[in-house]
Each structure stands twice: as structure tokens, then as C-alpha cells.
Design a protein around this ligand. Structure first.
Ligand code: GLA
Length: 387
């Protein structure tokens, strides 16, 4: 890959002298969905697939961008003078947003760059290709200009860019999982205070399989911000009767005790998901530590049901993939992953069942939905780096 991207960089930008190659992973969340903006827990891991970037510092303010995933767009030019927050126009808003965010945090980017990207995360799949580009950009800026920021800061800057430059109200999970990724470990993160713990994922005789629905989504055009607002309103109602900072502060019993204060049935379901999913995530990590992978799988399944029925972010594509997966012997657990409304599912599948899983779920999906799904047997990788 390194040779391929360097060669392309030289082709696109004239020559390749002085260019460096970087990588930032994508991520998959094992459990803990739509909890990260509710002060709850998440349990994601970085993948070995991600975004490769070739970057070269310039001596002026110019920015030249090229993506091998959007070759039809050609070279997109901009300038450090021109970092204006705008909607999700094209992919360059992600690196530009991060450059802008460094400036907002008092670290003005002094020079422009030529940047070529090549990602092997399917776009719009819910495996965080955008957060991967954000963390990659932050990593390059730190490497080029010596900004004193930790990987955790890179995650926060990426989220800041996404929230304020790209206007997507996402939580911290994606950028954190990518910036802090560790091979063969998932990250048990408490989004209330960013305390975290690495948990080894040693699935004896089983693997993580991602099924991509090929129903594209972008957070901007999804109902993501609406769900977030529903949770915030429910929290404000609960705060009239119970002292909590976030929905994640409640356990199931406390929620049931006070839930009637939430005036709308729909919002009550949204809040219920946030509370129960957080508790499920805590229990799932306990199960994993106790080597009870079967219980971990059951909690993954319950997570999907809650996202389908209470949070209503699945849709026929994700439901089909998951419900077909549940029918197969050797599937330990299966659920949608990421924001939902399209994107991917994550399943833990016994080694001997993987082929029939892909064949059967794939055929049933195509039959029902009319187009195919893509399957990836993935590995958990490290965070960003220079290659
Ligand atoms: C997206 C967001 C995350 C998180 C998930 C849902 O991936 O970027 O912050 O909210 O959706 O769990």
C-alpha cells in the first residue's frame, strides 16, 4: 500500500519528494450504541482497515487534496485562509475542519500541505471513515508542526471539528476508538469522564464479521441529530425529579422509577434505550472478562432489539442482516453497529460457521432487499501512525 499511495502522490502532485505516509484505522463498535452523547459507556475497537494518507508540507498557505476514493473529483484546492465552517460539501471538509479546529484551540496551522488519501473502509458504511480522516489529519499536523497534543486530544479535536465545522453533533466514540486503538483490544470507555480501560479480545475459535448493508448513510442526512435532541429533552424532564447529569447516570431501576415524568412515549423509549444500553455494555464487558462469550453475544442481540424497537435506528436492511444472522448456528451475537439507518452489522461468528454465515445471510439479504451485502472478517488493529 505504501508504494501504491506514494506512486499515486507523485503522479497527482508532480513529484513525491519529501512526502510521508500515514495511516489511521476505522472502527467497529462491539456494544454501547447511542450512549456516547448520553454520558454512557461504549466498547469499540480500531480495525486494521482504515485510511492511508500521503502528506507533504508546503511553504505557502495552499492546500491541495486528492482522494483515490473520489478520483472523479480530481485535485481539490483550498487555502488555510479559507477554512470556513460549512455543511458536508465534499470529503475535504474533514481535513479542513481539523485544520480549522487546531486554530480554534490556539494552534494555528502555519503552512499548507499536499494531501492524498486512499481508504479501504467502505465509504458511508458506519465504520467511521470520516473520523479516520479526522484523526489522520490531526496526527499529520502534530507530526509536521510539533503541536503538543496527545492522541486523546486528537480525538477531541476531531470531534470538535465534526461538531462545529461539519455540524454533526456526534459523540466522542469514533474519534476516541481510532486515536487510542490498540491491537487485539477493545476500549471500554466511560464517555462521562473519558476514563477507559483496554480489554483483550481473544475470541477463541470465533471471529468478528462485519456485514455491510450497502445502504449508504451520512450522519448529516440521518436522523442522528434528532435522536440526540430527543435524549436531551428526556434528560431535562428527568432532571425535574432526579439529580442526574446524563442518562448514563441512571440504572434500569432508577429509570423505571422516574420514567413517567417523560411526557412523550417516543422520547421515553429513546431514553430507555440509552439507559438500558449503557447497563448492557457494562455487563457485556464483565461477561467478557469472565470468559463468558455466550453472554456477551446475548447482550449484543439485546442491543439490536433495543436499537430496532426503542431507538428505531435500524431499518429493513440492518434488521434483515441481523435477523438472518441469528438463524445461523455458530453465530454468538449479531447487531447493528454505528449510528444506524444503514451501514453495517457486527457479528461474532465461530470459525467453522463463517462460510455458511456469509453465504446464507448474503443470499437471504439479496433476495429480500434486491441488492447484495458485503462481508468482512476483520482484525483489531492499532491507532494512527507514520508508516
Ligand atoms: C456515530 C457517532 C458516534 C456514536 C454512534 C452511535 O458513529 O459518530 O459518536 O454516537 O454513531 O453509537
Amino acid at each position: 500500500m505504501k508504494e501504491l499511495v506514494l506512486k499515486k502522490f507523485a503522479e497527482v502532485f508532480g513529484d513525491g519528494t519529501g512526502a510521508e505516509v500515514y495511516f489511521a484505522p476505522g472502527r467497529v463498535n462491539l456494544i454501547g450504541e447511542h450512549t456516547d452523547y448520553n454520558g454512557g459507556h461504549v466498547f469499540p475497537c480500531a480495525l486494521t482497515i482504515g485510511t492511508y494518507g500521503v502528506a507533504r508540507k508546503r511553504e505557502d498557505n495552499k492546500l491541495r487534496f486528492y482522494s483515490m476514493n473520489f478520483e472523479q473529483l480530481g485535485v481539490i484546492e483550498s487555502s488555510l485562509e479559507d477554512l470556513v465552517p460549512s455543511g458536508e460539501a465534499d470529503w475535504t471538509n474533514y481535513p479542513k475542519g481539523v485544520m480549522w479546529a487546531f486554530g480554534e484551540k490556539g494552534m494555528k496551522v502555519p503552512f499548507g500541505m499536499d494531501l492524498l488519501l486512499n481508504g479501504n473502509i467502505p465509504n458511508g458504511s458506519g465504520l467511521s471513515s470520516s473520523a479516520s480522516v479526522e484523526v489522520l489529519t490531526g496526527f499529520i499536523l502534530r507530526d509536521f508542526f510539533g503541536f503538543e497534543v496527545t492522541n486523546q486530544d486528537l480525538a477531541l479535536i476531531g470531534q470538535y471539528a465534526e461538531n462545529h465545522f461539519n455540524k454533526v453533533n456526534c459523540g466522542i466514540m469514533d474519534q476516541f476508538a481510532i486515536a487510542m486503538g490498540k491491537k487485539d483490544h477493545a476500549i471500554f470507555l466511560d464517555t462521562a469522564d473519558l476514563s477507559f480501560e483496554y480489554a483483550p479480545i481473544a475470541l477463541k475459535g470465533a471471529k468478528i464479521v462485519i456485514a455491510c448493508s450497502n445502504k449508504k448513510r451520512g450522519l448529516g442526512d440521518s436522523k442522528y441529530n434528532e435522536r440526540r435532541a430527543e435524549c436531551e429533552t428526556s434528560l431535562a424532564e428527568l432532571q425535574q425529579v432526579v439529580k442526574v447529569k446524563a442518562l448514563g447516570d441512571l440504572d434500569e431501576a432508577a429509570f423505571e422509577k422516574f420514567a413517567s415524568i417523560i411526557k412523550s412515549d417516543v422520547r421515553r423509549k429513546r431514553a430507555k434505550h440509552a439507559v438500558y444500553e449503557n447497563q448492557r455494555t457494562i455487563r457485556a464487558v464483565e461477561a467478557l472478562k469472565a470468559n463468558d462469550v455466550a453472554e456477551f453475544g446475548r447482550l449484543m442481540n439485546a442491543s439490536h432489539v433495543s436499537l430496532r424497537d426503542d431507538y428505531e435506528v435500524t431499518g429493513i436492511e440492518l434488521d434483515t442482516l441481523v435477523e438472518e444472522a441469528w438463524k445461523i448456528d455458530g453465530v454468538i451475537g449479531s447487531r447493528m453497529t454505528g449510528a444506524g439507518f444503514g451501514g453495517c452489522t457486527v457479528s461474532i461468528v465461530k470459525d467453522e460457521a463463517i462460510d455458511s454465515f456469509i453465504e446464507k445471510v448474503g443470499a437471504a439479504y439479496k433476495e429480500k432487499i434486491g441488492y447484495g451485502a458485503d462481508f468482512y472478517v476483520v482484525e483489531i488493529g492499532d491507532g494512527p501512525g507514520r508508516l
